[in-house]
Design a protein around this ligand. Structure first.
Ligand code: C5P
Length: 224
């Protein structure tokens, strides 16, 4: 029997949303289900890799045979990713919140009776993909990001490829009418230095298997 295509490789994956606390009982979140990231972790294990999955809060189960690290916020996700480098391949499939609340209060925010809502001061979260893309020593050989957009999909994905120093950006249109966010199916466009490849609509598990197969092929090509 032949060796599995990712035998001996470490694959690090982020998945799910992040939750950014507002006060002890409230948070800012998004509609990411973690289905695509978790499917990638399963596919990488099936291909023979050692897999570390850093997951934000999701309702789906941890994949079998994968080391799953549970985090809540972007800051926690960043720390978990850095602690688990080096990796041969990193796939940043999490929908990381762009902003967090500057100072998380230690008490629940109350209505003050004035009828005026509280102002939440936001600050930008660290960009995990960009940080590891620019890593001097620990940048993975293959770095894959996602771009979920509701407009200018390819333009935005190409800009991310460059800015974050990713090798591939998996672009998908998450306009509500597509049903992609939270759903089982995905229609992706793979953006790389070689251009844009349109994939047909398929189950997120099939997207995962095909992406992992492509990634394994890429790694073996690099070696030869
Ligand atoms: O810039 P945008 O959030 O659209 O980029 C999406 C890509 O960047 C995804 O791969 C996502 O996991 C990653 N990202 C990240 N850390 C952030 C924001 C996005 O790793 N703070």
């Amino acid at each position: 029997a032949g060796k599995l295509p990712m035998a001996g490789k470490h694959v690090l994956i982020t998945s799910g949303p992040t939750h950014e606390p507002i006060d002890p009982v409230r948070y800012i979140a998004n509609r990411s289900s973690g289905k695509q990231g978790h499917a990638l972790a399963e596919a990488a294990f099936a291909a023979g890799a050692r897999v570390t999955l850093v997951s934000g809060p999701v309702t789906i189960p941890d994949p079998d045979h994968v080391t799953t690290i549970h985090v809540e916020s972007a800051a926690e996700m960043m720390a978990a990713v850095e602690q688990n480098l080096p990796a041969d391949i990193a796939i940043m499939a999490a929908a990381v919140a762009d902003w967090r609340v500057v100072s998380e209060g230690d008490q629940k925010i109350k209505k003050d009776g004035s009828g005026k809502p509280p102002g939440l001061e936001l600050t930008e979260n660290p960009d995990i993909l960009r940080t590891i893309g620019h890593h001097k020593t620990l940048r993975p050989s293959l770095l894959i990001g996602f771009a979920a957009e509701t407009q200018d999909l390819i333009k935005n994905a190409a800009a991310k490829l460059e800015r974050k120093r990713a090798d591939w950006i998996v672009a998908n249109d998450v306009s509500p009418a597509t049903g992609i966010m939270g759903g089982d199916a995905n229609t992706i466009r793979l953006v790389s230095a070689n251009g844009v490849e349109d994939w047909p609509a398929m189950d997120k598990k099939d997207v995962a298997r095909q992406l992992i197969a492509r990634a394994a092929e890429m790694l073996s090509r690099d070696k030869s």
